[in-house]
Design a binder for this molecule. Structure first.
Ligand code: PMP
Length: 406
């Protein structure tokens, strides 16, 4: 009998090799979290610069109070799906707030952002349809596309002309065509040209879905995301968003003005057959949306911090994958250097994400930072100084390879 885990042999060997080198990106433990930007990690006080907590709302007193009250009033969980156990009043309220925030007629919430993509894509496209997805799409988009049974066509990343060529080939085939892009791409931090994509989809009779996971609360005059920043928010057909980034909680949503959108409540299996969001998550998100709506200074602080980190790391000679964005992906020459630099940063008290192949779009080895509005000037300075020290160390090692990574 073969061992059922044999298929993971190669991955496991690579992971064990990492452990031997003392780097364990999957073993990072936040033993205590002090604030949105600081925690005790592996026994050390550490600045968090890789948590997607863009507006720092995880410790917002009003959000915490709303969540605590919801637990006391409605309990710790819903213990079932909305089709079986019913909808809580606050699920409805959250959906109304989301619809209002996105200026859409309809919104549907899901227990995670991952499931929001599954639920939306499976609900919108079926085996007779075609889904055209950006080549750099998040795994939840790939998984949702596969689960839908639609024919999947990948187009070149952020390339509306390539999308148009592919859409033209489908002309006259009679199926629905759904184009999926992200507002800001999670790994490299680059933005989609949403207005151009919209033009192409309109010309070719396709629908456009924008996943604003990393751009909600971050881009646009009122924080609706990348489509709003490009002045086309009200024309996008479908939105996906998550609560796990700027909204500081867990969950996700889909939103649309399509008059038949609500059919997804009884036709989208990832919406129907899973427990609904916990009352505390729902309550904190309702409060967080209100914060974002009322306080644009959060977004301003975020961009100020992002600009400073971007400028200083570029001045230090680092190659950054995209123009200024709250996601700052620093490119290193190879996996080994990335592991080494990541571990040294962690030892120095700065946590960023290590992103290496096969998890990166073009096989890049990255240190992925996410900046927060809640980072203080001192923290931003410390992050940049640690990068500078590691950069100098890497340079010395490159000049004297015998010393490398001792
Ligand atoms: N979409 C995108 C673009 C993402 O980056 C992510 C998560 N990083 C998700 C969806 C899934 O969201 P969640 O982690 O809230 O499930």
């Amino acid at each position: 009998m073969t061992d059922i885990f044999d298929k993971y042999g190669e991955v496991a060997v690579r992971h064990d090799a990492l452990l031997e080198e003392g780097a364990d990106p999957f073993g990072v433990c936040l033993e205590e979290v002090y604030s949105p930007t600081e925690a005790q990690v592996n026994g050390r006080r550490t600045i968090l610069a890789g948590t997607n907590n863009y507006l720092g709302l995880t410790f917002e007193p009003d959000c915490i109070e709303a969540a605590a009250q919801a637990i006391r009033k409605h309990g710790t969980g819903t213990t079932g799906s909305r089709i079986a156990n019913g909808t809580y009043q606050n699920h409805r309220r959250l959906e109304m707030e989301l619809a209002r925030f996105m200026n859409c007629k309809h919104a549907l919430c899901f227990p995670t952002g991952y499931q929001a993509n599954l639920g939306m894509l499976v609900g919108l496209a079926g085996p007779k349809d075609v889904m055209l997805i950006d080549a750099d799409s998040h795994s939840s988009i790939y998984d949702g596309a596969r689960l839908s049974g639609a024919t999947i066509v990948r187009f070149r990343h952020n390339d509306p002309a390539d999308l148009e060529r592919r859409l033209r080939r489908l002309e006259g085939e009679g199926q629905s065509k759904l184009v999926v892009v992200e507002g800001i791409y999670s790994m490299l931090g680059d933005r989609a040209p949403v207005a151009e994509f919209l033009e192409v989809t309109r010309r070719c009779g396709a629908y456009l879905l924008v996943d604003e996971a990393h751009s909600l609360g971050v881009l646009g005059e009122t924080g609706r995301g990348a489509a709003e920043a490009e002045g086309v928010a009200d024309e996008v057909d479908f939105y996906v968003g998550t609560f796990s980034k700027s909204l500081g909680s867990v969950g996700g949503f889909g939103a649309s003005n399509h008059p038949r959108f609500e059919v997804l409540r009884y036709c989208s299996r990832p919406y129907m057959y899973t427990a609904s969001s916990a009352p505390s998550n729902v309550a904190s998100v309702i409060t967080a949306i209100d914060k974002i709506r009322r306080d644009p200074s959060l977004r301003e602080r975020l961009w100020r911090n992002a600009q400073e980190v971007y400028d200083r790391l570029s001045d230090q000679g680092y190659k950054i994958c995209a123009p200024t964005s709250p996601i700052i992906a620093v490119q290193l020459p190879d996996i080994e250097t990335a592991y080494y630099a990541w571990s040294r940063l962690l030892e120095a008290g700065v946590y960023v994400n290590l992103a290496v192949p096969p998890g990166t779009p073009h096989g890049e080895s990255l240190l992925r930072c996410s900046v927060s509005a809640a980072h203080t000037e001192a923290q931003i300075d410390e992050i940049c100084r640690c990068f500078e020290a590691i950069g100098q160390e890497l340079e010395r090692m490159a000049q004297a390879p015998a010393l490398a990574m001792q």
